[in-house]
Each structure stands twice: as structure tokens, then as C-alpha cells.
Write a protein that binds this ligand. Structure first.
Ligand SMILES: Cc1ncc(COP(=O)(O)O)c(C=O)c1O
Length: 392
């Protein structure tokens, strides 16, 4: 790996993880069932969400969220889902997989969907809003939720960044029709690859278990636990997918979950330190977090002019940040919507995600903040005037 301060470095409690995995190996059960059942129940206890199904990724979860809502609500091909252009493409591919039309709305200063833009883009064919809790922040989620209720539109929460985000004492996703979490390697609850889908409706939770296992109505683990001569027998009810999680990933997630609150508190502390180090810096705009929530702080983001050049200079100083995300309408797949979300486009050209992970020290954070300040302050002033928010 490149030396220096990296954007993300996952931390695993290796001995604890190995002990959990050892149990799977000794039992001879590494697949669906056993630890996957345990992580589902631990996640429900932790989050207070009524249902949870463990999957191989959040990407699979987003697809299943759209798929099951489409089926149960009777949506037609070509119906619309309002979504954000500032996200990882899984969010928007999920809409296209099901032959629905993504309608992009613009983001606000939190980089989450702007309720005013969402309202303006609703049409008689709008069936759902896909809201991304960007970096773990809820943005104006509550207003978008209210809008969805008012218009009878479903709300899918892409909570890939929101493991451990609390809003008014409830875990993110508590009032969504469905919330999908990512436990991918660099997320706040890291495994190698896995995720959790949490439907509000018990019927959909039951359905999703079949959809994630090829449409089979009785999983192998349940069959193993059951008795009788016909325990091998099952039916296939849909053309499902192989999207379920396995016990090795669940073993990793069980350990990660034990530390999630502690780890997120550490992240928040690092973010506070970034805030202090960057306060008042001309030409560096911090992405504000919403008051009254406890965010997971998956990302710490700033906006600067001349982003690409700034990134190169940071690299030369041993600092390797990232970019989350490029405006999806810059991609060929979504180019027909190019130019419809100016704020997302500006952000896409100026965003930097600064290093944020559990191995950073205060000194590291201070060094990143000081280096960024110096680089931006040394940029030719004509290009710095007004800061990134003044960009067209
Ligand atoms: C906003 C968002 N949605 C969905 C995903 C997909 O998550 P996974 O890698 O678990 O499929 C990611 C992953 O980076 C993401 O950032």
C-alpha cells in the first residue's frame, strides 16, 4: 500500500474476528444461516428497526428494495423514481435494473436531496424517492419524508453510509419504507462485502428472504434445522437472485457491530478536530452537518476551487484524499440528464473527502488541515476569489 495518510484504512479486531470465523469453520457452516441469523437479530436489537435481512452488499439491497416495492405496489415500467446525481452508481443502477426511470433532483448544502428540488420534479408517474444519507448525514431527510407521505410516494433510504446515524433518538431508517446499509470494507461497520436491508413492512421482509435466495421458499439452514422425511423439499416462487449474505461476513459484522458506537464517536471527534483546524480558512468550504442528529461521520468533506490541482498537491505532501462522488450525469449511462442539477455538478467538481479512519491521530488531522490551508492560500488569488460556492 502507498505510504502516507490514506482516505480510508479499515480497522478489524483481528483476534475477535478470527474467533467468530473459527466457530463457523469448526461447525462446518459458512453460508446462509447460523451467523447470518445472529447478525440480523443483533442489528435489529441495536438499531431498533423491526426487520433486517443480511445480504452480500448494499448494491444487492438497493436492487431488491426497488424490485419488491415495484412488485408489491404494481409500478409499471417507465414509472419514475426521484434520485440524486451525487452518489455511488449502485443507487441509480437499482432503478434502471427494474426498467424504471431515474429523475434526478438537485442537492442542498448537505449534499443530500434538496426537498424543494424533489417537490419540483414530482410528476403523476413518481412512485418513490431514493434518498442518500450522504457521508452519514441526514440532510433534510425529514422534509423529504414528509413530502413523500403527503404525495403517497415510497421512500427508499440508501443508508450505505449511515450505520450508527441517530435522528431524534431513532436509528436512521426508522421511518423509511426501506433502508439499505452497506458493510463493505471501508464503511463504518466493515466486513469484506455485505449489507443489510430493512423493510418497514413485515410481509416484504418475508418476501426478500426468498428473493435473495433464488426465489427458494425455504433456506438450507432452515431445512437443516427442521425435521421429518421431507426436509429436503422446497418450492421456487420467483426468479430470485443469489444476493444473500454468508456466515463468514456475518462473523465479521458481529464484531464490527460491537464497536460501532465507539468507532463512530472516534470519527466524530476527528471531524470536530478538522472543523477546528479548518475554521475560517478562506477558499475551503466545509460540508455542514445537520443539528440535532448523531451522524456516523462516514466522510469528512470540503469544497475547494481547483480541486484536481489541490488533490495533486496534497498527494505530493503524502496525503491521499478521495472524491465522493462524481455527478452521475457525467457518466454515459445517465448523460441524458446532464445539466439538470447545477449544484450537484458544482459540488462534483470541487469536493474532496479528507482522510477519515480509526488509525488517524490528532497530529495527522492537524497536518492534513494545515497542509490543505497552505495549499489553498498559496493558490493564485484570482482563482480563489469567493470560494467554491461562487462557481457557476
Ligand atoms: C451511497 C452508496 N450507496 C450504495 C453503495 C453500495 O454499497 P456496497 O458496496 O455494499 O454494494 C455505496 C458504496 O460505496 C455507496 O457509497
Amino acid at each position: 500500500m502507498t505510504e502516507g495518510l490514506q482516505l480510508f484504512v479499515p480497522t478489524f479486531r483481528v483476534d475477535e474476528v478470527l474467533a467468530e470465523i473459527r466457530e463457523c469453520l469448526e461447525k462446518g457452516w459458512t453460508g446462509l444461516g447460523y451467523k447470518t441469523v445472529e447478525i440480523e437479530s443483533r442489528w435489529r436489537e441495536y438499531s431498533g428497526l423491526p426487520h433486517a435481512h443480511f445480504l452480500n452488499s448494499a448494491s444487492s439491497g438497493l436492487h431488491l428494495a426497488v424490485r419488491l416495492l415495484k412488485d408489491s405496489e404494481g409500478w409499471r415500467d417507465g414509472d419514475e423514481v426521484i434520485t440524486t446525481p451525487l452518489t455511488f452508481v449502485s443507487t441509480n443502477h437499482a432503478i434502471l435494473y427494474e426498467r424504471l426511470r431515474p429523475v434526478f433532483a438537485d442537492v442542498d448544502e448537505h449534499l443530500c436531496l434538496d426537498p424543494a428540488s424533489v417537490a419540483a420534479r414530482m410528476s403523476p408517474r413518481t412512485r418513490a424517492v431514493m434518498f442518500v444519507g450522504f457521508g452519514g448525514s441526514p440532510g433534510r431527510y425529514a422534509q423529504v419524508r414528509a413530502l413523500c407521505r403527503e404525495r403517497g410516494v415510497k421512500l427508499i433510504l440508501d443508508a450505505a453510509h449511515m450505520a450508527g446515524t441517530w435522528l431524534g433518538g431513532r436509528h436512521a431508517g426508522a421511518d423509511a419504507d426501506v433502508a439499505v446499509f452497506s458493510f463493505q470494507a471501508v464503511k463504518n461497520l466493515p466486513t469484506a462485502d455485505s449489507g443489510m436491508i430493512c423493510f418497514a413492512d413485515a410481509r416484504l421482509d418475508e418476501e426478500v428472504r426468498k428473493w435473495s435466495w433464488m426465489g427458494i421458499n425455504k433456506d438450507t439452514y432452515a431445512r437443516t434445522l427442521s425435521s421429518g422425511a421431507y426436509k429436503w423439499l422446497y418450492d421456487v416462487e420467483q426468479i430470485g437472485f443469489k444476493y444473500h449474505g454468508n456466515s463468514i461476513m456475518a462473523a465479521m459484522a458481529l464484531v464490527g457491530l460491537r464497536y460501532l458506537e465507539q468507532d463512530n464517536a472516534f470519527r466524530r471527534r476527528l471531524c470536530d478536530r478538522y472543523d477546528e483546524g479548518l475554521a475560517g480558512a478562506r477558499g475551503i468550504e466545509r460540508v455542514p452537518v445537520v443539528d440535532g442528529c448523531v451522524p456516523s461521520r462516514h466522510l469528512y468533506q470540503v469544497l475547494v476551487d481547483r480541486r484536481d490541482e489541490t488533490m495533486v498537491l496534497l498527494n505530493q505532501n503524502g496525503i491521499f484524499p478521495g472524491v465522493h462522488y462524481r455527478d452521475n450525469t457525467l457518466y454515459r449511462m445517465y448523460a441524458d440528464a446532464a445539466g439538470t442539477c447545477p449544484r450537484a455538478r458544482t459540488a462534483s467538481e470541487s469536493l474532496i473527502s479528507l482522510p477519515l479512519h480509526l488509525r488517524l491521530t490528532d497530529t495527522d488531522v492537524d497536518r492534513v488541515a494545515a497542509t490543505l490551508r497552505r495549499i489553498v492560500s498559496e493558490a493564485p488569488s484570482g482563482l480563489r476569489e469567493g470560494g467554491p460556492s461562487s462557481a457557476p
